[in-house]
Design a protein around this ligand. Structure first.
Ligand code: SAM
Length: 241
């Protein structure tokens, strides 16, 4: 999988050199190119923002540097398979595990990280004439820039790429996974069996796989019903049988 990021803060993405994503990069399972949007400006101050038409607070990212950066990305892409452009924005469709599943099979993803009040809307409009564009939200809150959102999305997507996780079975019984019917995960425990007066549920020490599976399923259903009842009828989740 080929990943590219366009940002005015390329250093943000240094953390991707750590841990499992860093290993996937070192092993060549994925590649990552981070482009500094300011390299596509032509003024002394390397300006990427301007005042909003219509007035109002804050600044808006200018379309010209974005256009030039995306021209470069497209010129270096496989012409028969243009990349998919991911534009993180609080007004996008929710980024869910189901979306991560779908994106994990894409060969080439480009993340466009907004700042200020966002990117001039014509950039997404123009980009959609050249490549698939997905405007995705990390959640129902606003952060300062698309970098944090892109990092979270990259981590969620890349860990699904075959070979990235040491034990792919870890993906099977996870929160939100289709294989878990979209439910939240059950509580997990490790040694010692008693800690500060609290015992691990005895069924987990029983060695009885059927009973363990039934207990975990019941816990998942109860936690989901209590904390996230919306998941039980979410369109991306198969929900409870
Ligand atoms: N004015 C925008 C609004 O109210 O929708 C918020 C702009 S925010 C301060 C700047 C940038 O951060 C956005 O362009 C986007 O790239 C990113 N961002 C902020 N919150 C986000 C979220 N929940 N999901 C994805 N990206 C987000």
């Amino acid at each position: 999988m080929r990943l590219e990021v366009i940002s005015i803060f390329p250093d943000y993405f240094g953390v991707l050199q750590l841990s499992l994503i860093g290993k996937a990069l070192a092993d060549g399972l994925i590649s990552l190119d981070v482009h500094d949007l300011r390299d596509y400006t032509h003024d002394r101050h390397r300006t990427t923002d301007d005042t909003p038409y219509g007035g109002g607070a804050g600044m808006v990212m200018k379309p010209e540097p974005w256009g030039e950066a995306l021209d470069d990305v497209l010129a270096a892409a496989d012409p028969s398979a243009p990349p998919m452009l991911i534009m993180p924005t609080p007004s996008g469709r929710p980024f869910t595990q189901a979306v991560a599943d779908r994106l994990a099979t894409a060969p080439h993803l480009v993340f466009a990280c907004g700042r200020y009040e966002g990117i001039d809307a014509r950039v997404a409009q123009w980009a959609a004439t050249r490549m698939p564009v997905l405007e995705l939200s990390l959640g129902d809150y606003v952060v300062n820039g698309g970098e944090v959102a892109a990092l979270a999305m990259i981590e969620a997507i890349v860990r699904l790429v075959p070979g990235v996780l040491g034990n792919p079975v870890s993906l099977v019984e996870e929160s939100y996974a289709a294989s878990s019917d979209g439910l939240l995960e059950y509580p997990v425990y490790t040694k010692p069996p008693t800690w500060r007066g609290m015992d691990v549920p005895p069924v987990l020490l029983s060695g009885h796989h059927g009973q363990v599976a039934a207990w975990r399923r019941a816990q998942s259903e109860a936690i989901t019903a209590r904390r996230r009842p919306d998941l039980l009828d979410h369109p991306d989740a198969p929900g409870l049988p």
